[in-house]
Design a protein around this ligand. Structure first.
Ligand code: PMP
Length: 463
């Protein structure tokens, strides 16, 4: 079938019949269908009817260098022509994968010099846990397998990574989750801390909770702490100052591995290759990444881990086999795309660009806080979230059925702007190439979309 001959309505109908989308609410989807995207250039996407939108979500936190770059297409095509696939198993390798692994060792903090390549973020998180099990068994610590993560975190959509995640809405009763060795503690969201508590008191409460959780499970049983440096899908929650270093210290005290899930926060989103060390001053044992590693031009993830772990698992004389990996681990085309993507970030000095424009983006977004339903605008550099509330003093939320984030996102879409709704939130993570004028457009248009939503709510008697 030649899809260029399909009309938009035929495409939407076909899509409804055959494509099970991630996170589809089936009933709504059957009524509304999907927006078919036909083209993407820089920060802009164009639908199949020719309408153009500024994509402030950056795909899904991933189109860091912006889409539609000929240089990327050429690098990918060239690698396809040269060698579209190579078996990565056992003792075969390929040049782009070797080069990329070496480059990641150069860019990653501390002694993170080893990479397991995966197909995306979820499989990077899964691989990190298989690595941890392997490491603990090699050390003879067979009981040290439990994981601590945080409520409201997102770590992926495989059985394991989704179980590590802690977003209530992502754990519907129709799915099963692993709970016997995965434990969740509080999300470090000061906006939702008990009234009257100082930030320092709140931080101490969070740290006590982590330490107590380790002691309750037993330090000999806790293998790892999983944490996004800034919560992404949980609503761009930036933990209180000092949280990262203090949780890292607690983990070190109890021989608990620190896994920093940088699927969103790496490759420039916060103005650095990785946020763990350069932004938050911690050297994790493992970093998981994906998304911005190729800016979405190819699917790729990576689990980057320390010399310390590597020395244990590869200790000479044991003849051990690390029986883990995928057909597409170190896929040459994906790795070639990542290498070109990194080259572009370096050449165009996009990290510095983020450090220059990021504060302006945050400052302009915060002007929306004068709107009566905007409870908080928060974020850092090119990650931002607008939290919509019914009442700004009590911080009470709208009923979930009102789908406030989606209403705002739909108005924004009409106005030519894509923002991502997550229940009562709207999140954004534009490409690193975003300009001041485009930031102004985002803020102006989002304001209009929120005002239209307030108007609807008033007319429908919800406000
Ligand atoms: N970890 C984090 C922090 C993420 O934000 C995501 C995806 N949004 C994942 C893991 C999963 O990545 P993927 O969707 O590529 O499997």
């Amino acid at each position: 079938m030649n899809n260029t001959t399909l009309t938009t309505s035929a495409l939407v109908e076909l899509d409804k019949q055959h494509f099970t989308h991630p996170w589809t609410v089936f009933d709504v989807y059957q009524q509304q269908g999907a927006l078919p995207i036909a083209e993407a250039k820089g920060c802009y996407i164009t639908d199949s009817n020719g309408k153009r939108y500024l994509d402030a979500v950056g795909g899904l936190w991933c189109t860091n260098i912006g889409l539609g770059r000929t240089e990327m297409a050429d690098a990918i095509a060239e690698q396809c022509r040269q060698m579209a696939f190579a078996n990565p198993f056992v003792d075969m390798t390929n040049i782009p994968a070797t080069q990329l692994a070496a480059k990641l060792a150069e860019l990653a903090p501390g002694d993170l010099n080893h990479t397991i390549f995966t197909c995306g973020g979820s499989t990077a998180v899964d691989s990190s846990y298989r690595l941890i099990q392997y490491y603990q068994n090699c050390r003879g610590k067979h009981d040290k397998k439990h994981i601590i993560s945080r409520n409201n975190s997102y770590h992926g959509s495989t059985y394991l990574s989704m179980s590590i995640g802690g977003k209530a809405g992502d754990h519907p009763v129709e799915f099963d989750f692993i709970s016997d060795f995965i434990h969740h503690i509080s999300c470090p969201n000061f906006y939702r801390a008990a009234a009257g508590m100082s930030e320092a008191e709140y931080l101490q409460q969070l740290l006590d909770e982590l330490e107590q959780k380790i002691l309750t499970i037993g330090p000999d049983k806790v293998a790892a702490f999983y944490a996004e440096p800034i919560f992404g899908a949980g609503g761009v929650i930036v933990p209180p100052a000092g949280y990262h270093q203090a949780t890292w210290a607690i983990c070190k005290k109890y021989d608990v591995l620190y896994v920093s899930d940088e699927v969103v926060t790496s490759f420039g989103r916060l103005g650095h290759w990785f946020a763990s060390w350069d932004v938050f001053g911690i050297k994790p044992d493992i970093i998981t990444t994906a998304k911005g590693i190729t800016s979405g031009y190819q699917p790729l993830g990576a689990c980057i881990y320390s010399d310390r772990i590597h020395q244990v698992i590869s200790e000479p004389g044991h003849g051990r086999c690390f029986a883990h990996g995928f057909t597409y681990s170190g896929h040459p085309v994906a790795c070639a795309a990542a290498l070109k993507n990194i080259e572009i970030i370096e050449r165009e000095q996009l990290l510095q660009r983020v450090l220059d424009i990021g504060p302006y983006f945050q400052q302009q977004m915060k002007t929306l806080q004068d709107l009566p339903i905007v409870g908080q605008v928060r974020g850092q550099q090119l990650m931002v979230c607008v939290e919509n509330v019914r009442d700004k003093v009590s911080k009470s939320l709208f009923d979930e059925e009102l789908d406030i984030g989606k209403r705002i996102a739909d108005h924004a879409e009409d106005l030519g702007l894509i923002v991502r709704p997550i229940v009562h939130l709207n999140v954004m993570s534009p490409p690193l190439t975003i300009t001041k004028d485009e930031v102004d457009f985002i803020v102006r248009t989002l304001r209009q979309a929120i005002e239209r939503t307030i108007n609807d709510l008033q007319q429908q008697g919800h406000l």
